[in-house]
Design a protein around this ligand. Structure first.
Ligand SMILES: Nc1ncnc2c1ncn2[C@@H]1O[C@H](COP(=O)(O)OP(=O)(O)OP(=O)(O)O)[C@@H](O)[C@H]1O
Ligand SMILES: [Mg+2]
Length: 283
């Protein structure tokens, strides 16, 4: 069964000369239980696509069926209801509420579902513990580091055990250990039969996907699975390593030159100092 069916979805922001077309007739089908990865350069439309899939935004044109139901142009209220019952979001910019503690933030999706306060906090606390930030549950978001914020945002997305998780670069600010933790959590959700759509630039994380779609200029440019996916990710890793090496060389080169220049200058000074003064030279 297909959970998500997009047919010729288009989305343009702004008007006239200032208009940007973020999505150009995108069609995409996601079967239940798939781990789909979206890659592509900055500005290629990945977040715009995720926002439409998550019913946070509406397309200008096209069809969207979620669990077989037409949802592209539902009312705001109906979309909100579907969201809180079925979808967990991990945003690129966290979107935690500043006046609330981490625990309140994380338990919020359960409040909308009508779960009692005690149960809400129990469940939220449990998931914060799983993600290694339970000791921060009574803090407010502005008292947390970037990585801790990200984990709190992930806890909030997972708290109501959604059947669809949408993650926009969920490990962007995390160190290796925290990244592994988040990916293990996503893997667990996936293995329980849920659907995951994750945006990432990292080929190591893309390897968790059953399928990768590459976006370019508002369109799905390429789709990769199985052997071709492995080959592509290996190539991407190699390319990334080469870029890093080249950057390192560029960064080191001018320093070497600068050092040489300093040495030269010092040497000239030393020579001048030690050189015997010409006869008649002024003191
Ligand atoms: N609310 C908005 N108003 C105007 N333009 C927008 C809006 N949201 C997105 N855009 C534009 O649409 C295009 C696609 O943006 P989008 O955020 O989907 O890119 P992205 O692939 O997620 O990039 P990144 O990797 O940088 O997050 C960009 O040119 C962006 O400037
Ligand atoms: Mg984005």
């Amino acid at each position: 069964m297909n959970v998500i069916e997009l047919d010729s979805i288009s989305r343009t922001f702004g008007l006239g000369n200032g208009a940007t077309t973020a999505l150009r007739e995108v069609s995409l089908t996601v079967p239940k239980g798939e781990f789909l990865v979206i890659m592509g350069p900055s500005g290629s439309g990945k977040s715009s696509l995720l926002n439409i899939v998550g019913l946070l935004d509406q397309p200008d044109d096209g069809e969207y069926k979620l669990n077989g139901r037409d949802v592209a142009f539902l009312s705001q209220r109906k979309r909100a209801k579907i969201r809180r019952n079925h979808i967990g979001f991990i945003f690129q910019n966290f979107n935690l509420i500043g006046r609330m503690t981490v625990l309140e933030n994380v338990s919020l999706p359960l409040l909308y579902k009508g779960v009692s306060t005690v149960k809400r906090y129990e469940r939220a606390s449990e998931i914060l513990k799983y993600l290694g930030i339970q000791e921060k549950e009574y803090y407010q978001p502005n008292q947390l580091s970037g990585g801790q914020l990200q984990r709190a945002a992930i806890a909030r997305a997972m708290v109501n055990r959604p059947s669809i998780v949408l993650a926009d670069e969920p490990t962007g600010n995390l160190d290796t250990k925290a990244t592994k933790l988040i990916m293990a959590a996503l893997k667990e959700i996936h293995e329980a039969g849920n659907t995951i759509i994750m945006v990432t630039h990292n080929p190591d994380l893309a390897a968790y996907g059953d399928r990768v779609i590459k976006m370019l200029d508002g369109k799905i440019e390429e789709e990769l699975t199985g052997a071709s996916l492995k080959k592509e990710l290996t190539a991407q890793r190699k390319e990334a390593a080469e870029v890093v090496d080249a950057a390192k060389n560029r960064a080191i080169e001018p320093q070497k030159k600068a050092k040489k220049a300093v040495r030269k200058k010092t040497a000239v000074k030393a020579v001048k100092k030690s050189a015997p003064k010409k006869k008649g030279a002024k003191k």
